[in-house]
Ligand binder design. Structure first.
Ligand code: C2E
Ligand code: CA
Ligand code: CA
Ligand code: CA
Length: 276
C-alpha cells in the first residue's frame, strides 16, 4: 500500500479497516486546507560544497492542520495522489515556489517536486507554462523534480512529455535516484539536467562494510559522464559530508547545512550574506 510503507498513516488510522474512511477524511481536510491558509511551502537550501553558496532551494509542502497539527507530506501526498487533488496541490506549489524565487538572487534556482500523477496528465506542460507566464520567472531557474515512478506509462507519451517540458526551458531533475528499479535504462534517453542521490546512500556511507560510499562515487561519475549535475541529499553529519566530498559530489542538501526554512528566513539569510 502506498501509505503503509513508513507507517505514518497510523497517525490517522489505528486499524486497517478504518483506513479507507480515514483516507477520505484526510482528503476532505486537504481540500479545505488548500482553500484556506493551512498549506504553505518551506525551502531547503542546496549548497555548493566548494563555495558554501546556496545555488538552489527545494520547495517542500507543509500542512498545519487546525486540530491534528503538523501532517507530514509523506502522509498526505500519497492520499492526494489517489485523487485529482494532487494536480491542484502541485499547481499551487509550482506557482507559490516561482513567486518566492522571484525574491531571491537571480543566480539561485527553485526546485519543485512533481508527482507522477501530475506528469501523466496531458495538460501538465500547460500548467507549467502558465506558472512561468504568470510569475514571469526565467524558466532556467525552475527545476522540476521527478521520480522514476513517471516511467510506468507509455514510452512515447513519456518522451513527448519530456520534449514539451524541455521546450519550455525548465530544468529536470531525477529525484531519489537509486531507490527504484532499472534506473540506468531511464537515463538512456531522458533529458535530465540533474540527478539527486537518495538519502539512503548517505545514511550508510560512513560504514566501511557497506558499498554506499562507492555507489555515491559511481553515481557522481555517471552523471558527470552524462553532463548532468548531482545533488547528494540528506547529509546530516560532518563525517558524511567528508565522504560525499571525497567521492566527488559538488552539491549537497541536508540538515548539516540547513533544514527547510520559511520564505522569511530564506530572505533574511540572503540579506545577511549567510547564503552567499
Ligand atoms: P523528497 O522530495 O525526497 O524531499 C526530501 C525530504 O528529505 C524532505 O522531507 C526533507 O525535509 C528531507 N530531508 C532533507 N535533508 C534531510 C536530512 O539531512 N535529514 C533528514 N532526516 N531528512 C532530510 P519532507 O519535506 O518530509 O518531504 C517528504 C517527501 O514528500 C518528499 O521527499 C517528496 O517526495 C514529498 N513532497 C514534499 N513536498 C512535495 C510537493 O510539493 N509535491 C510533491 N509531489 N511531493 C512533495
Ligand atoms: Ca524532491
Ligand atoms: Ca529526494
Ligand atoms: Ca524521498
Amino acid at each position: 500500500a502506498k501509505n503503509g510503507g513508513r507507517g505514518q498513516f497510523r497517525f490517522y488510522a489505528s486499524d486497517l479497516k478504518d483506513e479507507e474512511q480515514e483516507r477520505q477524511t484526510v482528503l476532505d481536510d486537504l481540500r479545505e486546507a488548500l482553500e484556506g491558509d493551512q498549506l504553505y511551502l518551506q525551502y531547503q537550501p542546496v549548497v555548493s560544497i566548494k563555495t558554501g553558496n546556496v545555488v538552489c532551494l527545494e520547495a517542500l509542502m507543509r500542512w498545519e492542520h487546525p486540530e491534528r497539527g503538523f501532517v507530514s507530506p509523506g502522509t498526505f501526498i500519497p492520499v492526494a495522489e489517489d485523487s485529482d487533488l494532487i494536480n491542484n496541490l502541485g499547481e499551487w506549489a509550482l506557482r507559490t515556489a516561482c513567486e518566492a524565487a522571484l525574491e531571491w538572487p537571480k543566480s539561485v534556482r527553485v526546485a519543485v517536486n512533481v508527482s507522477a500523477v501530475q506528469f501523466a496528465n496531458q495538460g501538465f506542460p500547460t500548467v507549467v507554462a502558465n506558472a512561468l507566464a504568470h510569475t514571469g520567472i526565467d524558466p532556467d531557474r525552475v527545476e522540476l523534480e521527478l521520480t522514476e515512478s513517471i516511467f510506468v506509462g507509455d514510452n512515447d507519451e513519456t518522451e513527448r512529455m519530456f520534449k514539451n517540458l524541455k521546450s519550455l526551458g525548465v530544468r529536470l531533475a531525477l529525484d531519489d535516484f537509486g531507490t527504484g528499479y532499472s534506473s540506468l535504462s531511464y537515463l538512456r534517453a531522458a533529458p535530465f539536467d540533474k540527478i539527486k542521490v537518495d538519502k539512503s546512500f548517505v545514511d550508510s556511507c560512513t560504514q566501511k562494510d557497506k558499498n554506499s560510499a562507492k555507489i555515491i562515487a559511481a553515481i557522481v561519475g555517471l552523471s558527470n559522464a552524462l553532463n548532468m549535475e548531482t545533488t547528494v541529499e540528506g547529509v546530516e553529519a560532518f563525517d558524511q559530508l567528508e565522504v560525499v566530498k571525497e567521492k566527488g559530489a559538488k552539491l549537497v542538501q541536508g540538515f548539516i547545512y540547513s533544514r527547510p526554512l520559511h520564505q522569511t528566513a530564506v530572505l533574511e539569510n540572503f540579506e545577511s550574506g549567510e547564503f552567499t
